[in-house]
Design a binder for this molecule. Structure first.
Ligand code: RB5
Length: 146
């Protein structure tokens, strides 16, 4: 398991992004931070694009996007070919979307989950492997929709 991921947010997600960055850096992760870097209002699709480009260009395999709800980020991320983004606010979904969907982007809402739950969700997402097998065929069918 590669201890590396890319992280991005909008203004609503900025405080949680900073908290996760600190926590996962202490856990030994190499983190590419695509911003935003303040509470000043920005448009979330621009940050989803920065993160998705980092993944599709091969600089990181997994990413985490944070906005107010996680929903806008997931909508924007899923427009990018090669990206399978899952908006999660529970640990079961975070684990299953890695095991069955081979999701490569986790989206979370800073106005939905607290920092403790967000950390657990992110940890499961980053540390769970794709199961492959019958799920590969289904992921291939999803990818064919790009
Ligand atoms: C910003 O106010 C908010 O709309 C954004 O963070 C996000 O929740 C959109 O889906």
């Amino acid at each position: 398991m590669e201890k590396k991921f890319v992280l991005a947010c909008d203004h609503a997600g900025y405080p949680l992004k900073e908290e996760l960055k600190k926590i996962f850096a202490e856990k030994g992760y190499d983190i590419i931070d695509c911003g935003t870097d303040s509470l000043a209002s920005v448009d979330y699709p621009a940050y989803a694009t920065k993160l998705c480009d980092t993944i599709t260009s091969g600089k990181a395999k997994l990413g985490i996007l944070i906005c107010g709800t996680g929903i806008g980020m997931s909508m924007a991320a899923n427009k990018h070919a090669g990206i399978r983004a899952a908006c999660c606010s529970d640990t079961f979904s975070a684990r299953m979307t890695r095991m069955h969907n081979d999701a490569n982007v986790l989206c979370m809402g800073a106005r939905v989950v607290g920092a403790g739950l967000a950390t657990d969700i992110a940890e499961l997402f980053l540390e769970t492997e794709f199961e492959g097998g019958r799920h590969q065929r289904r992921v291939d069918l999803v990818n064919a929709l790009d």
